[in-house]
Write a protein that binds this ligand. Structure first.
Ligand SMILES: NC(=O)c1ccc[n+]([C@@H]2O[C@H](COP(=O)([O-])OP(=O)(O)OC[C@H]3O[C@@H](n4cnc5c(N)ncnc54)[C@H](O)[C@@H]3O)[C@@H](O)[C@H]2O)c1
Length: 249
């Protein structure tokens, strides 16, 4: 399937590691120029260097709206626009509501939900001007129950917010040639999850998973790149669940 992504400019947040790093590499494989952005500048540098010359590292903290706007303006000045934004950066907090502090709530909301608004808002002027844009938000299967395998309500709630935001934003932007969709991954082994995946939890998850395997970063990247392409031109406001059937049981 030719995704026709050659020459597109993509910005991926939280791309220094894990899912975002693989999404960035996949965009380059499809012929895009990609901005590998992360709060961790060193991780962004290493990941971009590993991908090749079409990948550019940039430090962006998605909780800082001014920072984001300035960086987006820099990219637009260099390339004339941004075609694709992937709101991937996120953090996981575990623990019950009783154990969670107000600071925990604010931190997880800013990193997982406000960030989606901030980054989308920053790319909107150029996407509206060019009447073209693809925004893909990374939600989570944990949105379905407001709490995933690790049972955190705060995290799941922010991801449910991402799905709601995706729908409303898609409706508003559809007349302007901008598609907004989300991908909701199942459990992927990355820095976010690996320490929490004790042998017991892993066994329980695998026993419940119809496919008997965790998701791979490639499974998620494939879905993101599809939604960012014109192959998905008539899809907007959708959340694509990539969970190996976990929520079917
Ligand atoms: N791993 C999973 O099982 C899983 C499941 C569902 C959804 N997700 C979601 O996928 C996305 C990527 O997760 P991952 O598993 O690759 O995690 P990860 O921890 O491996 O990578 C996340 C990256 O985001 C960066 N980051 C954190 N805060 C940031 C900020 N304020 N600004 C910019 N960058 C920041 C980190 O430095 C890191 O490089 C997240 O939104 C996560 O919630 C992950």
């Amino acid at each position: 399937m030719n995704l026709n992504l050659e020459g597109k400019v993509a910005l991926v947040t939280g791309a220094g590691a894990g899912i975002g790093a693989r999404i960035s590499a996949k965009f380059v494989e499809e012929g895009c120029t990609v901005y590998v952005t992360d709060i961790n500048a060193e991780a962004a540098n290493v990941t971009a260097a590993g991908i090749g010359p079409a990948a550019h590292a940039m430090r962006i903290d998605v909780t800082k709206p001014i920072d984001i706007q300035l960086r987006v303006q820099e990219i637009v000045a260099r390339h004339g626009g941004i075609d694709i934004l992937v709101n991937n950066a996120g953090i996981l907090k575990t623990g019950s509501i009783v154990e969670s502090s107000i600071e925990d709530w604010d931190e997880v909301c800013r990193a997982n939900l406000s960030s989606v608004f901030y980054c989308s808002k920053a790319v909107l002027p150029i996407m509206l001007q060019r009447r073209y844009g693809k925004i893909v938000n990374i939600a989570s299967m944990s949105a379905a129950r407001a709490g995933g395998v690790f049972g955190n309500v705060l995290y799941g709630t922010t991801k449910a917010g991402v799905i709601a935001f995706t729908k409303g934003f898609a409706r508003e932007l559809a007349p302007y040639g901008i598609n907004v969709n989300a991908v909701a991954p199942g459990l992927v082994e990355t820095a976010m999850t690996t320490a929490k995946l004790t042998p017991d939890i892993r066994e329980q998850v695998l026993a419940k998973l119809p496919m008997h395997r965790l998701a791979d970063v490639q499974d998620i990247a494939n879905a993101v790149v599809f939604l960012a392409s014109d192959m998905a031109a008539y899809i907007t406001g959708e959340t694509l669940l990539v969970d190996g059937g976990y929520l079917t049981v």
